[in-house]
Write a protein that binds this ligand. Structure first.
Ligand code: NAG
Ligand code: NAG
Ligand code: NAG
Ligand code: NAG
Ligand code: NAG
Ligand code: NAG
Ligand code: NAG
Ligand code: NAG
Ligand code: NAG
Ligand code: NAG
Ligand code: NAG
Ligand code: NAG
Length: 669
């Protein structure tokens, strides 16, 4: 005991609650402090000669005897930097060590990993690496009391060592490191209590060890985002306590066998997305009546969905997208699934009508049936889905857009509506009875060959951020009310038959203006319920503000000059005015759009010289002004030097010299 403590104890004589830590413990803690290069203010209370039980982050046992023991060192999120001293492993009564969310580096000392007292060790969210020390081999007869080991989100980068002596281990979280090699085979031979094994976001390779089937208490097994291959071994399904079986984003293959699945009656999460699984969904899936989340998307599975899926009455999320499932969905009685919130079946081969029973799932917030072969008209039942926020029916064979809009307008929670590539060759309704859509932020009606004018009811969608009307047969001008859509930052009306001049209203669109206007400051887009895709890229977008601000008027019949005011749209990242009948000069002001990534003015009747100041457009990755009647030298400075001549010219002479010029449309920088 330190002198001071002795004095204290003597002074307070038998005032029973007072207790002090030993000098040995103080020393261990001070050694830890010494190893830190930044102590987050710990040294204010961690002072030699004071009772370490009163130090910040330290708890001692409330003892019967006069001498307490340090039981807890809880220093999460204290902005600590430096290395972890082995001395912490010598605190004889330490039960809980929590150093998570700091910036500690160096190794995790084996004295701590092999502590004879620690039961909870959390060093997650640091920069520890590289080698995780193995626990003492079984032959030493040592049995460590450790129950919880959280080493996740660090920089460990070797194989996961043997943890043989951790016979009481219940939870191991090693996710988000760079562990490699095979997953150890014998976890549960030595640690029979293992309940949570989390290995995701590493570089594990090889096969799933059949030995995991011996883990009779295993509830959570997550090894997603690794490089595992092979099949799900039959033995794995002996681990019948499993509630979460999760291997997303690996190279696994094989099929989901009915007699295996049936054994996991407690399963709540089955996540095998982004692998190479094939085969059907087995009928026995219906036995999993606790199943809440089913993710089989992005595999090569096929066949129809078994009707027994309706027996999984706890389902909240179903994602079967990007497979080759087929058949009619009417087999499945969705009215047995009242808790369903997300149903994603995109990119499959489903046929028939959208089953009416889906509309009984009143908590449904996201429904995506895009790129299938559904046909028929939208059902009035859809208006039962009062929570529906995300609806994508893109690329099916639905008919009667008037009917669809009449029904959807009363879905007051809708924020994202993607219904393009349906309703072929119909006429876009333009009557004032179409109102509602108060919360709609994203609307796509692309690729329907719709005729008619840009309808007035769109002007009432005051929350609209993205409007896609490309690839229709719309005629008439862009209406002036466009600038009243305060939040609109993405407008694509390309590939239509629109006429007239480029309206000055476009130049007044608030979201494209340079000033940090009130609307831009207010704008905090929510995440989409499901990530959306732009056809041109495989990228997923989770939030509207991840998409570029853009104006695409390409491939229409616009005439007149490019208004010089266009140079005020400083927020623009993509501008496409190509394939119209625009004439006159390229306004100098375009060179002020210094954030542009894409500029396409090709295939118009523009004349005059190429503005030299285009070289200021430092971020351009796509640029095309070819197929005009421009003259003069081609600017070669700045970013423009990264483009080939075909971005600029396409006259007969150029074609003779460089035949490829006349073939290429857009050239990447
Ligand atoms: C460690 O502390 C952090 C922050 O307080 C907390 O979130 C975490 O749950 C703790 N770890 C354990 C194992 O209790
Ligand atoms: C580390 O894992 C344990 C066990 O799962 C958990 O209780 C603790 O909260 C985790 N730590 C952090 C910082 O999340
Ligand atoms: C493991 O830790 C990571 C953070 O490092 C966390 O996201 C994950 O939820 C944890 N897993 C379990 C099963 O607690
Ligand atoms: C992985 O670790 C990094 C660095 O600590 C952290 O920023 C990131 O959020 C972690 N990822 C997950 C999925 O926990
Ligand atoms: C484990 O699974 C295998 C293969 O499925 C089986 O032969 C064996 O009997 C099972 N063992 C136990 C203890 O259930
Ligand atoms: C599962 O569903 C089928 C048909 O959908 C039904 O005949 C069967 O009784 C159900 N089984 C259970 C266990 O509920
Ligand atoms: C629907 O959601 C609400 C609110 O989240 C919840 O209270 C209710 O229990 C859910 N209904 C069903 C059938 O799950
Ligand atoms: C989709 O299903 C139809 C029969 O319903 C079949 O002829 C076609 O080959 C399938 N398409 C694909 C891509 O599998
Ligand atoms: C689309 O539906 C219409 C009528 O419902 C039908 O005539 C047509 O063949 C369908 N087209 C495709 C590609 O399935
Ligand atoms: C399309 O829907 C409208 C409105 O619901 C309806 O009046 C009309 O009869 C429908 N047209 C066809 C061809 O079914
Ligand atoms: C749109 O323009 C194309 C080509 O110029 C033409 O074939 C088509 O008939 C036009 N459509 C309408 C609705 O004007
Ligand atoms: C470019 O912007 C600057 C500053 O906003 C302005 O002074 C200048 O007139 C603009 N240039 C053109 C050609 O519009």
């Amino acid at each position: 005991m330190s002198i001071l403590c002795l004095v204290l104890v003597l002074m307070l004589s038998s005032a029973s609650s007072t207790s002090c830590c030993t000098e040995h413990e103080s020393n261990c803690l001070l050694q830890f402090l010494e190893g830190l290069s930044q102590d987050g203010g710990l040294s204010m209370s961690w002072r030699l000669g004071t009772d370490c039980c009163s130090w910040e982050g330290i708890t001692c046992s409330s003892t019967v005897s006069k001498v307490a023991m340090v039981t807890d060192v809880l220093l999460a999120s204290k902005k600590l930097k430096g290395s972890i001293s082995p001395a912490l492993g010598r605190l004889p009564g330490l039960l809980r060590l929590n150093l998570s969310h700091n910036s500690l580096s160096g190794g995790l000392p084996s004295e701590i990993m092999s502590s004879g007292s620690i039961i909870i060790l959390d060093v997650s969210f640091n920069s520890l690496g590289r080698i995780l020390p193995p626990s003492p081999p079984l032959t030493t007869g040592l049995k460590l009391p450790l129950q919880v080991l959280n080493i996740s989100s660090n920089k460990f980068s070797t194989e996961l060592p043997s943890l043989d002596a951790m016979v009481h281990l219940v939870t191991l979280n090693a996710s988000n490191n760079s562990f490699n090699g095979q997953i150890p085979t014998d976890f549960c031979t030595n640690s029979p209590s293992l309940a949570v094994l989390e290995l995701s976001y590493n570089q594990f390779s090889g096969r799933i060890p059949p030995g995991l089937g011996n883990c009779s208490r295993l509830r959570v097994l997550n090894a997603g985002h690794n490089s595992l291959r092979g099949i799900l071994p039959d033995e794995l399904f002996n681990a019948t306590s499993l509630e979460c079986l999760s291997f997303p984003n690996n190279n696994l293959q094989g099929t989901l066998e009915g007699e295996n699945v049936i054994k996991l009656g407690k399963l709540a999460t089955l996540d095998l997305r982004e692998n190479n699984f094939s085969g059907n969904i087995p009928e026995s899936i219906g036995q999993l009546n606790r199943l809440e989340k089913l993710h089989l998307n992005n595999n090569k599975m096929y066949g129809s969905i078994p009707s027994t899926l309706s027996n999984c009455t706890s389902l909240i999320t179903i994602n079967l997208g990007s497979n080759n499932f087929s058949g009619e969905l009417v087999n499945v009685n969705f009215s047995n699934l009242p808790t369903l919130k997300t149903l994603d079946l995109r990119l499959n081969n489903f046929t028939g009508e959208i089953p009416e029973s889906i509309y009984t799932c009143s908590n449904l917030t996201a429904l995506r049936l895009s790129t299938n072969k559904f046909h028929g008209q939208l059902s009035k039942g859809l208006s039962n889905l009062k929570s529906l926020s995300f609806l994508s029916l893109t690329n099916n064979n639905l008919t009667n857009i008037t009917n669809a809009l009449q029904i959807l307008r009363s879905s007051s929670s809708l924020t994202t509506l993607l219904i393009g590539r349906n309703f072929m060759n119909e006429r876009i309704p333009d009557d004032d009875s179409i109102d509602g859509f108060e919360d709609l932020q994203v609307l796509s009606l692309s690729g329907c060959s719709l005729s008619g004018k840009i309808p007035r009811w769109l002007s009432k969608l005051s929350s609209l951020e993205m409007l896609k009307l490309k690839r229709n047969q719309l005629t008439g001008p862009i209406p002036d009310w466009i600038s009243s859509l305060n939040f609109l930052f993405y407008l694509d009306v390309s590939n239509n038959n629109l006429t007239g001049e480029i309206p000055t209203a476009l130049v007044q669109m608030p979201m494209l203006r340079p000033e940090k206007s009130a609307v831009q400051v207010q704008w905090h887009p929510r995440a989409f319920q499901l990530p959306i895709y732009r056809l041109t890229s495989l990228r997923q977008y989770r939030k509207a503000n991840a998409l570029p601000t853009m104006l695409n008027l390409g491939n229409n019949k616009f005439t007149g000059l490019i208004p010089p005011e266009i140079g005020q749209l400083k927020g623009l990242l993509e501008l496409n005015l190509s394939a119209n009948k625009l004439y006159g000069d390229i306004p100098q002001s375009i060179c002020n759009l210094t954030n542009l990534l894409t500029l396409d003015l090709s295939s118009n009747k523009l004349t005059g010289t190429i503005p030299a100041a285009l070289k200021n457009l430092n971020f351009l990755t796509r640029f095309n002004i070819s197929y005009n009647d421009l003259e003069g030298p081609i600017p070669t400075e700045g970013q423009l030097s990264t483009f080939t001549d075909s971005s600029f010219i396409a006259d007969a002479a150029a074609c003779m010299l460089l035949p490829s010029v006349c073939l290429g449309l857009m050239v990447m920088g």
